[in-house]
Design a protein around this ligand. Structure first.
Ligand code: HEM
Ligand code: 2DC
Length: 469
């Protein structure tokens, strides 16, 4: 017999007491580890309430399949109130990230055609390849200047710039010039604002932002300052392209970028376009750069694997005679490496949906409208799901039995990551060029873990060394 909702194990009776305990455990930073612990204590399903935030948590791929089958036509994830509050406060429109219902769907369908259908790859690849080559040239220059035939540093800032340059070049069809020695201070400010925006969001998951605003709390003020910086910079970029496009006469010679394509298509209002393009620009920096940083770190830990990947890339290059679109079809192990990075170091600690119908999971009844979370970080490290989960093994993704609802780093279904195609292509091209040019090494004995700042990031600087091959 199916057991009722009220019998699901967990701590869901006193949200305020739970919030206090959560805070004592430094839960704002340890959310992912607390989830792992909760699954160990309560089993594969538990109910939870922290502050006003209530959810049912699941961990297995089979249960994830049930969850996503019940997501309905307008999939809705946890509302990040800090983000909607800022837009309400400043009177700005929501983009696809924050919209829901029919408004979300109609915008998303149009955006999908410009950023996530396979056919846009041909447009993106040349733009992204240019950025990849510039990154390699920059590293060679740094190595030469060092006089030591190597470059040792915390590459996070370098990767932030690479990611922003990549996403901007796809969105605007134009380069910002971030691979140069002297960069626009406004671009650096934009990068710093995104980091601050994520950092200040996590406490506001559990304490209502409107309350924090009314009492004049510093997190809220910092959060507003961060988004203001993000919107100002994005507005400048968007305005620029808008002006250029109006001066343009006659047909376009080359692909003009996502923004110009959307403006020319004329199916979304300018305000809607601005809102979503800003989200794409802001969503495209820390996500890919941190995933690439973790990947370099894992490659540094596994020199033999690094050689295997290099061999695959060399063979792909030879077979496709340097045609990058063709080359991207011939690097399954590189793609496996990126999946493996997202398994052990996912950007999103969980995926969530408000279910659109009643479901039964682990023999418990869960009513329609409940917020159900799949613990993505916990699933990636669960030995019941992945054989020897602690081992970084890209080849596990070459076997089909590994796939069923297990590769969920970008989410699932119509509400999955809109930037997925950009992110994947950008990261694959980066790894191809890096493997072809440099060996990655790390200092021994430095082990890093994830820390939660809304997205999961390394808890300490990852110092790596690049040496020319
Ligand atoms: C949503 C992960 C890069 C823009 C999401 C979601 C995840 C995710 C898990 C939620 C999906 C769901 O609920 O099913 C990642 C990872 C990335 C990445 C792992 C890189 C390694 C990017 C990039 C962009 C971007 C580069 C922009 C160019 C977005 C947007 C949404 C989203 C706009 C909201 C889509 C919607 O609500 O319709 N991402 N992301 N992401 N991501 Fe990404
Ligand atoms: C954070 O408990 C933990 O891709 C919460 O590019 C649940 C939650 C809800 C939404 C998730 C968020 C978590 C992590 C960051 C995500 C976000 C949806 C989109 C966002 C996964 C898991 C992200 C990073 C977007 C951000 C774009 C934005 C900055 C414009």
């Amino acid at each position: 017999i199916v057991r009722p909702f009220s019998e699901i194990p967990g701590l869901w009776k006193n949200g305020v007491a739970n919030l206090y305990n959560f805070w004592k455990l430094d839960g704002f930073r340890n959310l992912h580890r607390i989830m792992v612990q909760n699954f160990n204590t309560f089993g594969p399903i538990y109910r939870e309430k922290i502050g006003y935030y209530e959810s049912v948590n699941i961990i297995s791929p089979e249960d994830a399949a049930i969850l996503f089958k019940a997501e309905g036509h307008y999939p809705k994830r946890l509302k990040v109130e800090a983000w909607t509050s800022y837009r309400d406060y400043r009177n700005r429109k929501y983009g696809v990230l924050l919209k829901n219902g029919e408004d979300w769907r109609s915008n998303r369908v149009i955006l999908n055609k410009e950023v996530i259908t396979p056919k846009v790859l041909e447009n993106f690849v040349p733009l992204l390849e240019e950025v990849g080559l510039d990154f390699v040239a920059r590293v060679h220059k740094k190595i030469k200047r060092s006089g030591q035939n190597k470059w040792t540093t915390d590459f996070s800032q370098e990767l932030f710039k690479y990611a922003l340059e990549s996403v901007s070049s796809v969105l605007y069809g134009e380069r910002l010039g971030l691979m140069l020695d002297y960069i626009d201070p406004e671009a650096q400010h934009f990068i710093d604002c995104i980091t601050l925006m994520f950092k200040t969001t996590s406490p506001m998951l559990y304490i209502p932002p409107d309350l924090l605003r009314r009492i004049g709390a510093k997190v809220w003020r910092d959060h507003v300052e961060a988004w203001d910086g993000i919107f100002n910079q994005a507005d400048r970029c968007i305005h620029n392209i808008y002006r250029q496009l109006r001066q343009e006469t006659g047909p376009l010679k080359k692909y003009p970028g996502v923004l110009a394509s959307l403006l020319l298509l004329d199916k979304l209002s300018i305000e809607d376009i601005k809102a979503s393009v800003t989200e794409l620009m802001a969503g495209g920096v820390d996500t890919t750069s941190i995933t690439l940083l973790w990947t370099l770190y894992e490659l540094a830990k596994h020199p033999n694997l690094q050689e295997e990947l290099r061999a695959e890339v060399a063979a792909a290059r030879a077979e496709s005679q340097g045609n990058m679109v063709e080359m991207l079809k011939r690097i399954p192990l590189v793609k496996g490496a990126l999946k493996e990075t997202l398994r052990l170091h996912p950007v999103a600690v969980s995926l969530q949906r408000y279910i659109a119908e009643d479901i039964i999971i682990q023999n418990y009844h869960i009513p329609s409208g409940t917020l159900v979370q799949l613990g993505l970080y916990a699933m990636g490290r669960d030995p019941k799901v992945f054989f020897r989960p602690e081992q970084y093994q890209p080849s596990r993704w070459l076997r089909t039995e590994t796939q069923y609802f297990k590769s969920l780093g970008f989410g699932f279904g119509p509400r999955q990551c809109l930037g997925r195609r950009i992110a994947e292509t950008e990261m694959q091209i980066f790894l191809i060029h890096m493997l072809e040019n440099f060996k990655v090494e790390k200092q021994r004995h430095v082990e890093a873990q994830s820390t939660f700042e809304l997205i999961l990031i390394p808890d300490k600087p990852l110092i790596l060394t690049l040496k020319p091959l």
